[in-house]
Design a protein around this ligand. Structure first.
Ligand SMILES: *Cc1c(COP(=O)(O)O)cnc(C)c1O
Length: 340
C-alpha cells in the first residue's frame, strides 16, 4: 500500500469533484466571463463577509500579490521567522515587491501583539529605517507544525496594526483546518484582516487553486498584479468547480484528518526510535528521531514500508494527513510504526 504523507497537496480529485469539474460551465475569465470562477469568488467572499475575491493558480501567487498591493519598494513587512512568505516563496517578497522582511522570533510560527509592538517601536521611522507597511500572519502555521493562532491575540495584533497604519494579511493556506479545530467562523477572520489567502489544493482536496479575499479596491489592485505575474487564466472554471465542490463537501471532514494526525502522534510517541513529537493541533505531525539513528535511515525504513514523509531540516520529520489518507492506511501506518 502506498501511503503518501509528505503533504496534504498530494490528493487527487474524488469522483464527485471530477464530475463537478467535467460539468462546469466555463468562459474566458480574463474577460471576467467565466461563470464558475465568478461563482467561486462570490461564494468565498460571502463566507468571509468580505467584499470580493480573486482566484489564483497557487497560494504563493496569492500571497505575493497581497504583499505587492500592500507595499511599495523598500518597505518592510513583519512576519514570524517560520513564515511561508519568508521561507518558502523563493524570496518573492524581495524579488517581486522589493520588501524587507522583519522576522519576529515567535513560538511555532505565532507571535504576540507585544512582540509586534516592540518590533514596530524598535524601527521607528527616521531616514535610516524602512517604512513599515505590512504584517503577515499564517494560520495554521506550516513550519510551526499546524499550530492555530489564538484569536484573542489576533485581535490585539489588529489594534497594533491600526494604531501604526500597518496592513494585516493572513496566509490562510490551511485556515479551514484552524477554523474546524478551534470552532471559529470565517466571518470573524474577515472582520479583522485586510486580505486573506486560502489554498483549495491542501486539506480541501482540490487539484489546483487558491483565493485572495479582500475589499473591492484591494481585489481590483490584485487583478492587475495577478495579470503582471502571469496568473490570469482563461476557461479556468473547470478548476474553480473543484474549489466550489471542496468548499461544499470537504470542510467539516478536516476534523477526521486532525483525529488521524493525533493517532499517528500517539503511535510515534510510543516508538523507541522517536525522541519527541510536537503538539498536534491539526493535520501536521512533526517529530524528531533519537540521536543514535540517522534521520535519513528512518525515512528510508518507512519508505520501504510504502510510507512517504519528508524532512523539515534541523532533525525534524513531517507527516501530513489528508483526504486520500484513509482509515485502513492509518491502521497500516500505526502497525508499521509499532514494529519498526
Ligand atoms: C502551501 C502553502 C502556501 C502556498 O503554496 P503553493 O504551493 O504556492 O500553493 C502558502 N502558505 C502556506 C503556509 C502553505 O503551507
Amino acid at each position: 500500500m502506498q501511503i503518501n504523507l509528505i503533504s496534504d497537496t498530494v490528493t487527487k480529485p474524488t469522483k464527485g469533484m471530477l464530475k463537478a469539474m467535467m460539468e462546469a460551465e466555463v468562459g474566458d475569465d480574463v474577460f471576467k466571463s467565466d461563470p464558475t470562477v465568478n461563482k467561486l469568488q462570490h461564494k468565498i467572499a460571502e463566507m468571509f463577509g468580505m467584499e470580493d475575491a480573486l482566484f489564483f493558480p497557487s497560494g504563493t501567487m496569492a500571497n505575493q500579490t497581497a504583499i505587492k498591493i500592500h507595499t511599495h519598494h523598500g518597505d518592510k513587512m513583519f512576519c514570524d521567522k517560520y513564515a511561508h512568505v519568508y521561507n518558502y516563496e523563493g524570496g518573492g517578497a524581495a524579488a517581486n515587491s522589493g520588501v524587507t522582511s522583519h522576522l519576529i522570533d515567535g513560538q511555532r510560527g505565532t507571535f504576540t501583539a507585544k512582540q509586534l509592538q516592540e518590533a514596530v517601536l524598535g524601527g521607528r521611522s527616521d531616514i535610516h529605517t524602512p517604512y513599515a507597511r505590512l504584517v503577515a500572519l499564517e494560520n495554521t502555521t506550516n513550519k510551526g507544525g499546524g499550530t492555530c493562532w489564538d484569536f484573542e491575540e489576533i485581535l490585539k495584533i489588529r489594534k497594533v496594526c491600526t494604531t501604526n497604519n500597518l496592513a494585516l494579511h493572513l496566509d490562510g493556506a490551511r485556515l479551514f483546518n484552524a477554523l474546524v479545530a478551534k470552532k471559529e467562523s470565517p466571518e470573524q477572520y474577515g472582520e479583522v484582516f485586510d486580505t486573506i489567502s486560502i489554498c483549495l489544493s491542501k486539506g480541501l482536496g482540490a487539484p489546483v487553486g487558491s483565493l485572495l479575499i479582500g475589499s473591492k479596491s484591494k481585489i481590483e489592485q490584485a487583478l492587475r498584479v495577478r495579470k503582471i505575474f502571469g496568473g490570469a487564466m482563461r476557461q479556468v472554471g473547470y478548476l474553480a468547480a473543484a474549489g466550489i465542490y471542496a468548499l461544499d463537501n470537504h470542510i467539516d471532514r478536516l476534523a477526521i484528518d486532525h483525529t488521524r494526525a493525533k493517532i499517528i502522534g500517539a503511535a510515534l510517541q510510543n516508538c523507541a526510535l522517536v525522541k519527541n513529537v510536537e503538539p498536534i493541533e491539526t493535520n501536521i505531525v512533526i517529530f524528531n528521531v533519537i540521536d543514535s539513528i540517522n534521520e535519513q535511515d528512518f525515512i528510508s525504513r518507512l519508505n520501504d514500508a510504502g510510507i512517504g514523509l519528508i524532512s523539515m531540516g534541523q532533525g525534524k520529520l513531517r507527516m501530513v494527513t489528508h483526504l486520500d489518507f484513509k482509515e485502513e492506511m492509518l491502521e497500516s501506518l500505526v502497525h508499521t510504526i509499532e514494529h519498526i
